[in-house]
Every structure is written in C-alpha cells, then in structure tokens.
Write a protein that binds this ligand. Structure first.
Ligand SMILES: Nc1ncnc2c1ncn2[C@@H]1O[C@H](COP(=O)(O)OP(=O)(O)OP(=O)(O)O)[C@@H](O)[C@H]1O
Ligand SMILES: [Mg+2]
Length: 529
C-alpha cells in the first residue's frame, strides 16, 4: 500500500492514509491546545473538599473490605486474597475510569504486587463491563450526525473489548471495509472531572503528611493525569497520535510494531473508526508459543522501539499495558490506544537521552545533572552533596545481606537526603516509569530466564550502532566509543563482581528477600520511629 513507505501500518489496509486529505486533522493543533487549556481549571484546588466523591470512593472500597472481612477472609491464604482482589476489582469498576486506570497499572506489576491482585486486575485492561448498546448508538449518531445505518452495513452490539474510557465494536462500513469503532463512554468526562477535583484536593495534603509521598510528587501526578486524560477524551487527538507514532516508527526503520490506520473521515471527539488488527491476547503465552513466536525477541524489540521513540524522537506510547497491544501471528506487535502519548520538547528529550546514556556508563554525577534538567531536582541542586547523600563514594553493600535494621536505616537515610534536596519525580519520568513497570512484568512473564545484563548490552549496542553519531552530536557523548559499564551497574545493585548472570527470576528473588526484610522491620519501625 502507498502509505506503507511513510507509516508503520499493516500490509493490507482497508484504505490508504493521506494525512492531507483527512478533514478531522484540520484543527487538531488548536484542539490539542484547547484540551490542555482546561487542565489548570480541572486541577484547581477548591476551597471545599469534594466530599461526595470521597464518600463514594470510601464506601465502595470500604464496602469491599468489609464484605471480605466477613466472608472470604475466613478461608485464609490464597482464597482470602483472591476474594479480596475480586471485591476490589468490582469496586474499582464501579468507581469508574480513574480507578480502572490505577488498576491497570497494578495489573502490570507482576512480582511487585500480590499475585491474586495482579491476576484479577488484568480484567480492568480490556474486560470492564461495557455500556449498553443503546447508549453507544446514541454517541455514534450524535457525533457522526447520521443514523448508524447510513455509515455501517453492520455493527456488533457486543463489544470486542471495553476499558476505562471506551469500548470497541467490530463493524463493517457501507463501503464494505471491516473496521472497529472505538466509542467513548458517555459519562466518562464528568466522572473524570469529579475524580480530578478530589485528587487535586488530597495531593498537597499527602505531601504535607507523608514525607515519602513527596518523592512521588502527588500534585504533579494529578497534573499529569489531568493532561493525559484531557487528551484521551478527544479521539481526534488520539488519531493524530496514531499518525505521529506510525510515522516515527517507519522513520526509525522499526518493523516490530504495527499501528491501525485511522479512518480518513470517520473520526470525531468521541468516535474513532479504524482498521481492525487482531492477534494473540497479551496473556496468551501458550498461543504465541504454539505459533512459534519468539517472545523474548518480541519483548526486547518492543522495548527498543519504545526507548527509541523517547530518546531519539521525544514521542512515545505512554500507556503500555497488556490490553493495549496484541501479538500478530508473525511476532509483530499491534499497538492500540494512543490517547496517552508522551511528548517531550527538545530540552527535555536531550536531558532524557543524557539520563539514559550516563546511566549506561555509570556516570552518577552526569546522571544527577540529567535528573536535575528533567526537573527531578531544583535547578540549583548541589550535585556533589547529593553524591555524598547517595553514598556514591562508598562501597555498596548487598541489600539482601543486610539486617532489616540496616536496610531500613539505609533507605531512610537516602529518602531523607533526597527530600532535603528537593527531589521529586518529574512528569515525563512518570510515564516512563509506568511503561518500565509494564516491561518488568513482561520480562517476568515472557523471558524470566534471560540474562538481564546480556539484554542491557544488546540494547546499548543497538543505540551505539544505530544512533551513535547522532547521540554524540546531540549530547557530546559517543556511545560507540564509551564502554557500557556492567560492573558499575552490578556494584550499584550491591552484587558481587563475579556475578555475570542475573535473570529476572533471580531479580524477583532478591526483591522478595528485600521486601521480607522490610516487612520484618515494619512493626518495630512504627514503634521506634
Ligand atoms: N484497532 C483495533 N483492532 C482491534 N482491537 C482493538 C483496536 N483498538 C482497540 N482494540 C481493543 O479495544 C480495547 C479498548 O480500546 P482502547 O484501549 O483504545 O480503550 P481505552 O478505554 O482508551 O483503554 P484504556 O483503559 O487502556 O485507556 C483495547 O484494549 C483492544 O483490546
Ligand atoms: Mg486501552
């Protein structure tokens, strides 16, 4: 197809994309600006707390806990955890989009959150109870300004999938092309605004009361959430994001990812008609294995394409989770859902690039400077003093071999030190961290026995070879000449120098050991501190 030379689309599409001939694109920049202009009002802290929303959330989650306490908990162990997880999942579904999104993040955290919770929350990725079809029909007809039958030869009332913002119905156009129709849930905008009011109220309160929470930077989290969701609520922006990402993937010569083609005309604020791409569900490892798909390569290539988007283009899919992609029979990945697309301006991208490169060669000072430029530290942060806070000059000890008191002491020292220097997670890193959580879970599932050091070396090698000259020009650091510092990486994790292999399974065991140690210290800590 003609558009294939410019965009990372499928070989056989239902139509060709010519961006200049897409009427919905006409005002897309102005729409993007307008959607962002609403954000300050959405996150303005009101004089009075939004009591009703707090009460609803409290009742739903509290109700789930209470019901569990008198039923599932009796069974103990796994059954009890599964029962609680199921009740929480239902409470989150009822609470709506903001909570569903939070649940999706939890569902990516295999190995980080309890197994039963992760398993249950997987449903929140693409199996949320859908809206009745009558409501869906109304949204489509209002937005397209025509009765359903004038546009579609047929449309399935049963959605293919449904998630936080939207549900997706298979359909056939009057002109014969098979498509899917993404339709926005009618209540979503007002629910989100109410949640944002509640979040904006509680975020500064958290910072004042729980010191560690300040590191996670709740007010910026709320702002990021508002910015991204404002964009997600207008599907014309999402369709433009699809074009932008498909364009950069092709420019980078990436073959791993395929983007669905948005329809030339049928794109409105709440309706997005696009090419249907079907593959293996991300949870269907057995299916992929049976089809002979090399899942290790798939995960690595996907990670490279994401990093390349962020480091080289400053644009990336900001919402990677198992519902937002499927794996095609040939091992390529169909990406969906471009509502949340990360965009860094040039100074931010360069700082991000420096953060990654200095990290690879274990240049801690350079990395701190990059963090500072990304907004993680104040502009006048004393980097040398921070190096001392982080004990960079001292030999790192293996955290799995520390006593729980020592471990807790170390962690508290570092956290206090970072807070004293005004450290906080900046917005652009939040989406990055969220995506890395997805990759962490993916490696746990698809490649638990791969040597992570080898993977890091391969990824570094890719960037050195393909983008070395450009990176050298842009940040004055040539990855082709420098050496990836695996020894430094091991050291910073407290690993012995003679450890040459670290698999994700081993990493999980280390995390488990550290967590157990922290839990052990928990009650004493609360008493002592
Ligand atoms: N082009 C497509 N072809 C096939 N399936 C699709 C397509 N687009 C979306 N889907 C399916 O529909 C589901 C819901 O769509 P989408 O993820 O865009 O909705 P959402 O509400 O924005 O999701 P989220 O809660 O992740 O923000 C996806 O998880 C995917 O399974
Ligand atoms: Mg989705």
């Amino acid at each position: 197809m003609q558009d294939l030379s410019r965009f990372a689309f499928s070989e056989q599409g239902p139509w060709t994309v010519d961006p200049d001939a897409m009427p919905w694109r006409r005002d897309v920049d102005a729409l993007r600006a307008a959607s962002q202009a609403q954000v300050p009002d959405w996150v303005r802290r009101r004089a009075l707390p939004p009591v009703l929303r707090f009460v609803t959330a409290g009742l739903r989650v509290g109700g789930a806990l209470l019901a569990w306490r008198f039923t599932g908990r009796r069974a103990g162990g796994e059954t009890s955890r599964a029962d609680l997880s199921r009740r929480l999942r239902r409470a989150f579904e009822r609470l709506g989009p903001s909570y569903i999104k939070l649940g999706q993040i939890v569902s990516s955290g295999q190995g980080l959150f309890p197994e039963e919770l992760v398993a249950e929350f997987r449903q929140l990725r693409d199996r949320v109870p859908p809206e009745p079809f009558e409501k869906v029909r109304r949204v489509i007809e209002e937005d397209l300004g025509r009765p359903l039958g004038e546009v579609f030869a047929s449309i399935e009332p049963e959605p293919l999938a449904s998630a936080s913002i939207a549900q997706v119905h298979p359909a056939v156009l009057r002109s014969g092309e098979p498509v899917v129709v993404k339709v926005q849930r009618p209540q979503v905008a007002s629910l989100v605004r109410r949640d944002l009011a509640a979040m904006a109220w509680i975020a500064p309160w958290l910072v004042g009361r729980i010191p560690v929470a300040a590191l996670a930077n709740p007010p910026a989290l709320v702002e990021l959430f508002a910015e991204t969701i404002a964009e997600e609520l207008d599907f014309r922006l999402e369709a433009q994001n699809m074009l932008d990402i498909a364009l950069l993937l092709r420019d980078a010569g990436q073959t791993i990812v395929v983007v669905p083609r948005p329809h030339p005309e049928l794109v409105t604020r709440r309706v997005l008609v696009m090419e249907r791409l079907a593959g293996f569900h991300y949870d269907d490892i057995e299916g992929m294995k049976a089809a002979g798909i090399d899942t290790e390569t798939m995960v690595r290539s996907l990670m490279i394409s994401f990093l390349e988007g962020a480091m080289i283009y400053g644009v990336f899919h900001g919402d990677l989770h198992g519902g937002n992609l499927s794996v095609l029979p040939d091992g390529r990945v169909a990406l969906y859902d471009f509502g949340m697309t990360g965009r860094m301006d040039e100074p931010q991208r360069l700082a991000f690039l420096r953060m990654m490169m200095t990290g690879a060669v274990n240049d801690v000072r350079g990395q701190l400077a990059a963090f500072r430029d990304l907004g993680a530290l104040p502009p006048d942060a004393d980097l040398d003093e921070l190096m001392r806070v982080l004990k960079v000059d001292q030999p790192v000890r293996d955290p799995t071999r520390m006593s729980s008191e020592e471990l807790v002491g170390e962690i508290q020292d570092v956290i206090k030190g970072l807070l004293r220097h005004g450290a906080r997670l900046p917005k652009h890193l939040m989406l990055y961290v969220k995506n890395m959580l997805f990759f962490d879970g993916s490696i746990a599932r698809f490649a638990p026995d791969v040597n992570l050091f080898g993977e890091v070396a391969k990824i570094y090698g890719y960037f050195a070879q393909k983008h070395g000259a450009r990176i050298a020009r842009e940040i004055g650091f040539d990855p082709g000449r420098a050496q990836l510092d695996l020894e430094g990486m091991k050291k910073s994790m407290g690993l012995e120098n003679d450890v040459d292999v670290l698999t994700h399974r081993e990493l999980q065991a280390r995390r488990q050991a550290i967590r157990a140690r922290l839990e052990e210290a928990g009650p004493r800590l609360r008493k002592g501190a």
